[in-house]
Design a protein around this ligand. Structure first.
Ligand SMILES: [Zn+2]
Length: 237
């Protein structure tokens, strides 16, 4: 299998699948992360936790659809307190920031890279319970409490960490979002705003003029404003 050591802008922007391996019909991850993920899942299973990926790779086009549904008002947008916002009462700028709290800008989602995954444990779910991916579900009171505790203890030695573990004024807390540091740090370093700006300008993203005009601010508040890679992490794949 070819190993894609070279990162290009199509991979950074979610516009190719050349760097991926499919684990099932719907879930693809970075091909260089497959063995690390399998090792993580095996270790979890030995401790009674079955790992499953709710969302792995997501394409630019898919992220455009999610973004446009929110920007047009088709999908409800909530504020940090969980209340649904009234779409018609928001300025375009407020609308943009409200979406960015929970949804990445197309071209700037870490899910484009394939080395970031949303994780849960189906065997910890109560019968007939539909997981919402809300922070309380991963807290000590939630159904994913044992998963969170296990990952806090074991993820780093497998190279995984949580880029959205805490709210830092940008993206909301996402205790289900794991990133494989040996690969993610290379994508983070290669990320470039000019390519993102070009891709957005050529896309069908709603509000793109406003986004491009505010791109530096968006980058520092949301895209680059992530928790640091922990010092104790295993960085060799
Ligand atoms: Zn995620």
């Amino acid at each position: 299998m070819p190993i894609s050591k070279t990162i290009n802008s199509a991979q950074l922007l979610g516009q190719t699948q050349e760097h991926l391996s499919y684990l099932s019909d719907k879930v693809a991850i970075h091909q260089e992360m497959t063995s690390a993920y399998i090792a993580l899942a095996k270790a979890a299973k030995e401790d009674g936790i079955e790992l499953s990926i709710a969302s792995g790779f997501r394409s630019f086009e898919r992220q455009v659809m999610l973004w446009n549904n929110k920007f047009s008002g088709k999908t409800a947008i909530k504020n940090a307190g969980g209340e649904t916002l009234i779409h018609s009462s928001l300025s375009s700028l407020d609308l943009m920031h409200s979406i960015l709290l929970y949804s990445a800008l197309p071209g700037a989602s870490r899910h484009h890279w394939g080395c970031d995954i949303d994780i849960y444990a189906p065997n910890l779910l109560p019968d007939n319970y539909q997981l919402q991916l809300e922070p309380w579900e991963y807290s000590e009171q939630g159904p994913m409490a044992n998963l969170s505790a296990w990952l806090a203890e074991h993820a780093h030695r497998h190279g995984f960490y949580f880029p959205y573990l805490k709210f830092q004024g940008g993206v909301a807390e996402e205790p289900w979002h794991l990133s494989y540091a040996p690969i993610a740090q290379r994508y983070q370093q290669a990320f470039d705003l000019t390519s993102l700006s070009d891709a957005l300008s050529q896309s069908e993203v709603l509000g793109k003029e406003l986004i491009v005009a505010n791109l530096d601010q968006i980058a520092s508040r949301y895209i680059n404003n992530i928790c640091a890679i922990p010092a104790d992490i295993k960085l060799t794949s």
